[in-house]
Design a protein around this ligand. Structure first.
Ligand SMILES: *Cc1c(COP(=O)(O)O)cnc(C)c1O
Length: 491
């Protein structure tokens, strides 16, 4: 990996007077800005880079090559499900009939789009075992918030206003307590057992009529299946609370099991994780929310409904707790998810979970003699190591993750979940070949052996990236994120 280490900013390539345009001379006698008020006019010229066309093209092409993504290499980031996203989905979204839609155009001109929207809702309901779905939320966390607002509306509709708290396991993703707090709830934490699953006795002791909901992830964030779900669902329901399913880990269950059948009342799905939208850097995404029968009326507005004559309408219902998105949400993400579902079909979807699980177990077993496995037994789609087994050299999970970069692999998730000191969380997904998995295993083994033999070599890796070991405290506390600052400091 001998990449060019530093790409200058486009501003640094600027030369006064250079340009890439040849616009005709301005022909009108009256300058259109003449009529504008003086205080609205810019006082000095805008500082724009002045560059020729080849320089612009090379600059952005080279910059894009500095990115790492699923399309450039193996990306075993646990909890994020960075699976390959078939290119046919992008082709569908780019189709002029979809790309040129405007959400404000008359409903009779977007019947086809509404049909696609409605059929995705139906597929998700079938996959999740739920009565109905809303596609509106923009992300998983947004879906959690939406689901909790549905739960709040449900309790309120029954005149039950004493439920002010939400139970979240200590292994939960940070968005769970954050979303519950955003929805106005107090958080109650439930402990995990040493095998990573929820402590049912602790849960039982915390359930009472102040609890609105219990949020669970299954398989949980350490990749273990929560076997006690039927018992948990009974306990939660007899306490009058609802059971929420964080669907970020739905990938290993696809076609194998359905949250609705397990007793969950409300769930979200991260379309950008399980249903094939490239993500990272904050989006785009979608976090559709499904509810069991009896909760449909509380879903947010607007909804797409099918009329008796087979046409579609956008509907606003009275019982909805409100709305969470502009228009109908992130339409391009829905099209990709729908294309993915239709391409794989029922038979293909049913292979996703088992293959993802097989791949994760294969890596886990191939590395557990060198990496510390705190929870034994088969995992689902991901698993967590607690750093290297050889703890004598001071080589940490951070060092291992950085060393991987020199070999062209993206690092796994590190220091999450918080249950272990040296968490290294690996999720290969179903879309990787045995050759890729073997190459990754070989490199991970090499790093572990080197960490024991020449620890300093591993501690100062990576050697091939533009920056090797930034001062992370300084970067977090005093980030320089604007060009002007950089310009003042360095030029
Ligand atoms: C990713 C993730 C979330 C949050 O989803 P976003 O789409 O990133 O908001 C919640 N829970 C778990 C377990 C996750 O992995």
């Amino acid at each position: 990996m001998n990449k060019k280490l530093y790409s200058p900013l486009i501003f640094e390539l600027s030369h006064k007077g250079r340009n890439a345009d040849a616009l005709p001379h301005y022909e009108y006698s009256k300058d259109p800005i003449e009529n504008l008020q003086q205080n609205l006019l810019r006082q000095a010229d805008l500082t724009l880079p002045e560059v020729d066309e080849p320089t612009v093209v090379r600059h952005y092409t080279n910059s894009s090559n500095n990115n790492f993504g699923v399309d450039t290499g193996f990306y075993p980031l646990g909890s994020c499900t960075m699976k390959y996203n078939p290119k046919v989905n992008e082709a569908m979204v780019s189709h002029a009939k979809i790309a040129n839609l405007h959400p404000a155009q008359p409903i009779n001109t977007m019947q086809g789009a509404l049909r696609l929207y409605h059929s995705l809702e139906k597929y998700l309901a079938e996959i999740g075992g739920m009565a109905e779905f809303t596609l509106n939320p923009f992300a998983g966390a947004h879906g959690e918030y939406t689901g909790l607002m549905v739960i709040r509306a449900y309790h309120q509709s029954r005149g039950d206003s004493a439920r002010t708290r939400v139970i979240v396991p200590d292994s939960a993703h940070g968005t769970n307590p954050a979303s519950a707090a955003m929805a106005g709830y107090e958080i109650v934490e439930v402990k995990s057992l040493s095998d990573g699953t929820i402590n049912v006795d602790d849960l039982r002791s915390k359930l009472d009529n102040s609890i609105a909901a219990v949020m669970m992830t299954n398989p949980n964030t350490v990749g273990m299946f929560e076997k006690a779900i039927p018992t948990i669902a009974d306990l939660v329901h007899s306490a009058g609370a609802l059971l929420y399913y964080d669907g970020a880990n739905l990938n290993p269950l696809l076609g194998v099991a359905r949250p609705g059948d397990m007793g969950f009342d409300v769930m979200h799905i991260n379309l950008h994780k399980t249903f094939s939208t490239p993500h990272g850097g904050g989006g785009p995404g979608a976090g559709p929310v499904g509810v069991r029968k009896g909760l449909e009326e509380f879903l947010p507005n607007p909804r797409v409904v099918e009329n008796n004559d087979g046409s579609f309408d956008i509907h606003y219902s009275e019982g909805a707790f409100g709305r969470v998105s502009a228009w109908l949400g992130n339409f391009s993400v829905y099209i990709k998810a729908l294309a993915y579902i239709l391409t794989l079909g029922g038979e293909g979807l049913a292979k996703v979970g088992p293959l993802a699980t097989l791949n994760a177990n294969y890596i886990m077993h191939s590395l557990k003699d060198l990496y510390e496995l705190p929870i034994s037994g088969p995992c689902k789609h991901e698993f967590v190591f607690d750093g290297l087994r050889d703890k004598s050299t001071g080589v940490t999970t951070l060092h291992v993750a950085k060393a991987l970069l020199d070999y062209g692999f993206h690092a796994p998730t590190i220091y999450f979940p918080l249950l272990f000191h040296e968490s290294l969380m690996i999720e290969p997904t179903e879309t990787e070949t045995p050759e890729t998995l073997d190459a990754f295993i070989e490199v991970m083994r090499e790093i572990a052996l080197k960490a024991s033999a020449e620890p300093d070599k591993i501690k100062s890796a990576p050697y091939s990236t533009p920056i090797s070991h930034p001062d992370e405290d300084e970067a977090a506390l005093n980030p320089i994120v604007t060009y002007r600052q950089l310009c003042n400091n360095t030029i």
